[in-house]
Design a protein around this ligand. Structure first.
Ligand code: HPA
Length: 297
């Protein structure tokens, strides 16, 4: 079931066509909702919903707290396509499978994607309940072998050697800060580290990730951002800091998935306000902002 290391272009098109047949509106912006953040779809009006199982090749999550459906509708006068829950590499899917939805969004005409996740705070100045806009990422899973771009390059999406200096769109990051300030919401900014999970980090690993320059750590997002930026999309990312990572073996309080979900839900109203403002003021797409261009054979 989970042996699709490389996915042919035709499969992305089959998935995109299945979605197209079920929607009456053409989405412009993609939204990926992470752990505990799924209730954000309740803000979407006039929505069509498609369970992941009904889309060919689409990976579906087996994890509690990840509902598993696409919701397409109106938010702040923009047509958004939201993923309520995502599949993860740790569930046994390949990197190509977990990033298939991003490429399908591209085929549907989406040019901006907002990625959200639950993350542990590495930065000692952070608190549980904070929101962080992602400035950049560190992706050891991809760097050391499991890049979602490994395998035959599909030039219709982007180049063989993807450039990644500005994955997280600087204009959208500034906009996020402006919106947060206007709504009197505190917004952190920092570097997100993507690990494969599912185990939480040991204290020694937490100290290592902090030394690397990480501010938050989680089990998603970086590979999606890579695939989106490779395919010429604008990317904006938010981490909800659901817990602080424990950096010593004397620590008593443990992290739990339930606590991650609980804190995620508490963050939803603030994140929703930021998302709404970003959507409202999203500047028109300018392809020259993106360093990667499709390759033609
Ligand atoms: N580590 C990794 N992933 C997470 C964490 C964490 O502490 N919290 C929420 N997702």
């Amino acid at each position: 079931m989970h042996d699709s290391a490389f996915i042919p272009l035709a499969h992305y098109h089959e998935a995109a066509e299945a979605v197209r047949q079920r929607i009456k509106q053409t989405p412009a912006i993609g939204l990926v909702l992470g752990s505990g953040l799924g209730s954000l779809v309740e803000e979407i009006k006039d929505a069509d919903a498609i369970p992941y199982q009904e889309i060919p090749h689409w990976p579906h999550s087996t994890v509690q707290g990840h509902a598993g459906k696409l919701v397409i509708g109106q938010l702040e006068n923009k047509t958004v396509l939201a993923m309520q829950g995502r599949a993860h590499f740790y569930e046994g899917y390949t990197m190509a499978q977990v990033t298939l939805p991003i490429r399908v969004m591209r085929l549907l005409g989406i040019n901006a994607v907002v990625l959200t996740n639950a993350a542990g705070g590495l930065n000692p100045g952070f608190s549980a309940g904070d929101i962080m806009v992602i400035q950049d990422h560190i992706n050891p899973v991809g760097l050391f072998g499991h890049s979602p771009l490994r395998g035959p390059n599909i030039g219709a999406f982007g180049p063989r050697f993807s450039i990644n200096t500005h994955i997280y769109n600087p204009t959208l990051i500034k906009l996020a800060h402006r919106v947060a300030q206007a709504n009197e919401i505190s917004l952190r900014e920092g570097v997100y580290v993507s690990l494969s999970g599912p185990a939480f980090e040991t204290p020694a690993e937490v100290r290592m990730l902090r030394a690397w320059g990480g501010d938050a750590v989680g089990m998603s997002t970086a590979h999606e951002a890579l695939v989106a930026y490779h395919a010429g999309m604008r990317v904006l990312g938010f981490s909800s800091i659901t817990n602080l990572c424990l950096d010593n073996t004397e620590a008593q309080d443990e992290i739990s998935h339930e606590e991650v979900l609980r804190l995620g839900r508490q963050i939803v109203p603030r994140l929703a306000a930021i998302l709404r403002g970003v959507l409202r003021e999203m500047p028109p797409f300018d392809p020259s902002e993106i360093e990667n261009q499709p390759e033609h054979d």
